[in-house]
Design a protein around this ligand. Structure first.
Ligand SMILES: Nc1ncnc2c1ncn2[C@@H]1O[C@H](COP(=O)(O)OP(=O)(O)OP(=O)(O)O)[C@@H](O)[C@H]1O
Ligand SMILES: [Mg+2]
Length: 458
């Protein structure tokens, strides 16, 4: 990695020499200036990452120099001040100095402040820099990446909500990370060893959804071949995540409401009351309150779900997270797809920062996966990114989506059969036609995969 550049502006020659020696030894590339004028000149020639500026200079007012540097878009300026200069120090910080360090200088302290400044540079990275990916750094799956104000608020909420078991409603556009946040609440809670049961309320319909959630007794309906425990039962003391909760049919809304009030339910076709201590986290990308007003979502259930609320801002409202996400996602891709991408050139990053990402982080993941797979070299160029923006890549064909789910062929077959059955509203004849199999074959598969539900014809 190239050495980071540091410019020191100070009129005290002996201090300059000491600092230059110390920082050079630390691996920085250092340049010095003995006056404000010289400092400003060096700044444009040397383009330092960090500037150390003595606020008392012989030729110019240090605050003026600071202002000029900031106007030239220099953000990482560390001020050297004397103890009695407190009011100047405060002014300097207000003007935008990154930090200050009092005389006599403690070099170790200075080193720490420089380190912090350099880190903040990479966090608030502007479009002037390439993103470098170090594939040797491991990536932790399930990590929530971001340093924007919006994400920091979410970290805070996760911290608070993992300490108690209130019901949480997570609202946000598609692909903003709602499930990731739900999992983070679970994984940070004292019940992390208990199951996390996720269910997408929009992918299964009718009786089948009810049975997935609450289970069924043997023979509860045609095709209920045996007893089945539902997610509420399987979750134990863990978490049940109701994704796309807005799609819950009204009949099921009342059953879930009852569960939230009484912590008990019956399996489909059963009378025995079953207790469950599962914690409910729900997510939606719709305006649930609007649905309440329109009469498509129960108001009482809305209040029961919305005990605590997390609103996830869309990616376009927290663009400062994009460079970090790009870096993280490419590390993930490098490891999962055995692709070595080392750098994203600055123009490519600029394009990604300018774009509005209607599909949010998931769309960013898809674009990067696509580009990574099709990039022969190790650098991602703007030409590769630009044509993919706004293309609505199909996430279900996205290899990383599949890899994340670690699906095997059987899972895919089961999912496909369920999709077709839902599509034909459980008309087995039509389903057999679409699937290109005979009725006995389909029946056999239904049994093997323990699929059961409303069947119009058999
Ligand atoms: N802040 C983040 N840091 C790292 N990865 C993220 C972040 N936000 C989202 N992702 C990733 O983006 C993808 C989409 O996230 P997730 O499935 O949680 O979104 P969602 O809001 O539940 O989407 P949908 O509404 O479509 O269900 C996932 O692969 C997730 O890991
Ligand atoms: Mg989701």
């Amino acid at each position: 990695m190239k050495a980071k550049r540091i410019l020191i502006i100070d009129d005290e020659r002996s201090l300059l020499e000491t600092l230059e020696m110390f920082l050079t030894e630390k691996g920085y590339s250092v340049r010095c200036a003995l006056s404000g004028k010289e400092g400003l000149k060096q700044c444009s020639l040397f383009d330092p990452h960090v500037i150390i500026l003595d606020i008392r200079l012989p030729d110019r007012d240090g605050l003026e120099v600071l202002q000029e540097l900031i106007q030239n878009d220099k953000k990482n300026i560390i001020i050297i001040t004397a103890f009695h200069d407190m009011d100047i120090t405060i002014k300097a910080v207000k003007l935008g100095a990154f930090d200050y360090i009092p005389k006599p200088i403690d070099v170790e302290e200075l080193d720490r402040v420089i380190d912090k400044a350099l880190k903040s540079l990479s966090l608030g990275r502007t479009v002037e820099e390439d993103v470098c990916i170090d594939p040797s750094l491991s990536y932790l799956s399930g990590k929530i990446i971001g340093k924007s104000k919006g994400i920091k608020e979410i970290f805070k909420a996760i911290g608070i909500l993992s300490e108690n078991r209130v019901t949480v409603l997570i609202e946000g556009e598609t692909g903003t990370g709602k499930e990731l946040i739900a999992r983070a609440i679970h994984c940070n809670s004292p019940y992390r060893e208990e199951p996390f049961q996720a269910i997408n309320c929009s992918t299964i319909v009718g009786t089948l959804l009810e049975s997935e959630l609450f289970g069924h007794e043997k023979g509860a309906f045609t095709g209920a071949f045996g007893l089945k425990r539902g997610k509420f039962e399987l979750a134990g003391h863990g978490t049940i995540f109701l994704d796309e909760v807005d799609d819950l049919p009204l009949t099921l809304q009342s059953k879930i409401l009852r569960f939230l009030q009484e912590k008990e339910f019956e399996r489909l076709g059963g009378e025995k009351k079953i207790k469950s201590n599962a914690r409910v986290i729900a997510a939606t990308n719709k305006d649930l309150w609007k649905m309440v007003k329109e009469g498509t979502f129960r108001e009482d259930l809305f209040y029961r779900l919305n005990v605590a609320n997390i609103k996830v801002p869309p990616l376009r409202e927290r663009k400062s997270d994009i460079p970090l996400l790009v870096e993280y996602i490419l590390r993930k891709i490098s490891q999962e797809l055995s692709k070595s991408i080392k750098k994203v050139e600055k123009e490519a990053l600029k394009r990604m920062i300018e774009y509005d990402w209607p599909g949010n982080v998931r769309e960013l993941e898809n674009v990067l996966t696509n580009v990574a797979l099709n990039t022969p070299g190790e650098v991602i160029l703007e030409e590769a990114i630009a044509p993919l923006l706004g293309q609505k890549l199909n996430i279900h064909q996205n290899p990383i989506y599949l890899l994340n789910k670690k699906q095997n062929l059987k899972d895919i077959e089961k999912e496909h059969i369920l999709e077709v059955l839902n599509h034909t509203q459980w008309h087995l004849g039509k389903a057999c036609q679409i699937l290109g199999v005979s009725r006995p074959t389909l029946r056999h598969k239904l049994k093997a995969y323990e699929i059961s539900g409303d069947r119009k014809t058999i």
